[in-house]
Design a binder for this molecule. Structure first.
Ligand code: 13P
Length: 250
C-alpha cells in the first residue's frame, strides 16, 4: 500500500521454467537489501506453488497474472480467487492490455474480476491504458477514465483497496516509455477520479508500466503520483529488477 513505500511488481507474463524461476528468485532474494518498498512477482498459474515455496519467509509477495470472474464451478480452464488464496497469492493483475486485446476482456469483465479478487482478500492490480491510435486522437484521458469507472462502479467503497496500473499500450514491450511528465499527467487524472469515488484515494497505489527499466525507473518513480511500477521484460533479469527496486527505495 502507498503508506509503506513504493510497490514494485514484476509481471513475468508467459515466461519461465522450474529451473529459471528458482535461479531468478534466488538472485532477487540475495540482492534485496532493504524493505522500504514492497516487491511482488506475478508468475504463471502453474508456477505459483513453486513460487510460494521459494518466497516463504522473504519480503517479496506473490501475485498472479489473472483471476476468474467466477466463484467456482463448471468453468473449464479457469482459476478462482479462492484457489489463488490457497497458494498465498496476495495480488492479482486484472485487465492487462494483453488480455483485453487477445482475449476480448471488456471493462465490465475486468471489474468483475477485481470484485472476485477483493472478496477473496486479494488485491487486484487493475490495468488501464490507451492504444497509440487513442493517444493520437486525444482520447487518453477518456479511455483510462472509462476503464477505471467500470471498476469503481462495480466495487463501491472497496475501491480504496485496489491498486491501479497505468500501462499505455504503445509503451508495452516496445522500448518506448512514457515520459515522466506524460505518466504523471495520466496518474493525476486517475487520482482525482479515485478521490471523487472514495475518501481514501490516497491509499491507492497507482503504478506505471510500459518499458520501465533500470535506466528510466528513478525519473518515473520521482513523480508525485507514480507510486510504483508494473514491470515486464526488465523483471526477468535479476540485476535490472534489483536496480529498479533500489530506485524505489530512494
Ligand atoms: P514491459 O515492461 O516489457 O514493457 O511490459 C510492461 C507490462 O506489460 C507489465 O505488465
Amino acid at each position: 500500500m502507498r503508506a509503506s513505500g513504493k510497490l514494485m511488481v514484476g509481471n513475468w507474463k508467459m515466461n519461465g521454467s522450474l529451473a529459471a524461476n528458482a535461479s531468478l528468485v534466488a538472485d532477487i532474494l540475495a540482492g534485496i537489501d532493504n524493505v522500504s518498498f514492497q516487491a511482488v512477482v506475478c508468475a504463471p498459474f502453474v508456477y505459483l506453488s513453486q513460487l510460494q515455496s521459494l518466497l516463504v519467509g522473504s519480503t517479496v509477495a506473490l501475485g498472479s497474472q489473472d483471476v476468474s470472474m467466477h466463484e467456482a464451478g463448471a468453468f473449464t480452464g479457469e482459476v478462482s480467487a479462492s484457489m489463488l488464496r490457497d497458494f498465498g497469492v496476495r495480488y492479482a493483475i486484472v485487465g492487462h492490455s494483453e488480455r483485453r486485446q487477445y482475449h476480448g476482456e471488456t471493462d465490465v469483465l475486468v471489474a468483475s474480476k477485481a470484485q472476485r479478487a477483493l472478496a477473496a482478500g486479494i488485491t487486484p492490480i487493475v490495468c488501464v491504458g490507451e492504444s497509440l491510435a487513442e493517444r493520437e486522437a486525444g482520447q487518453t484521458e477518456a479511455v483510462v477514465k472509462r476503464q477505471l469507472a467500470a471498476v469503481i462502479h462495480a466495487n463501491g467503497h472497496c475501491i480504496s483497496e485496489i491498486v491501479v496500473a497505468y500501462e499505455p499500450v504503445w509503451a508495452i514491450g516496445t522500448g518506448r516509455t512514457a515520459t515522466p511528465e506524460m505518466a504523471q499527467q495520466v496518474h493525476a487524472v486517475l487520482r482525482s477520479q479515485l478521490q471523487a469515488a472514495t475518501a481514501h484515494a490516497e491509499r491507492v497505489s497507482i503504478l506505471y508500466g510500459g518499458s520501465m527499466n533500470a535506466a528510466n525507473a528513478a525519473d518515473l518513480l520521482a513523480q508525485p503520483d507514480v507510486d510504483g511500477g508494473l514491470i515486464g521484460g526488465a523483471a526477468l533479469k535479476a540485476p535490472d529488477f534489483l536496480s529498479m527496486l533500489k530506485a524505489a527505495s530512494c
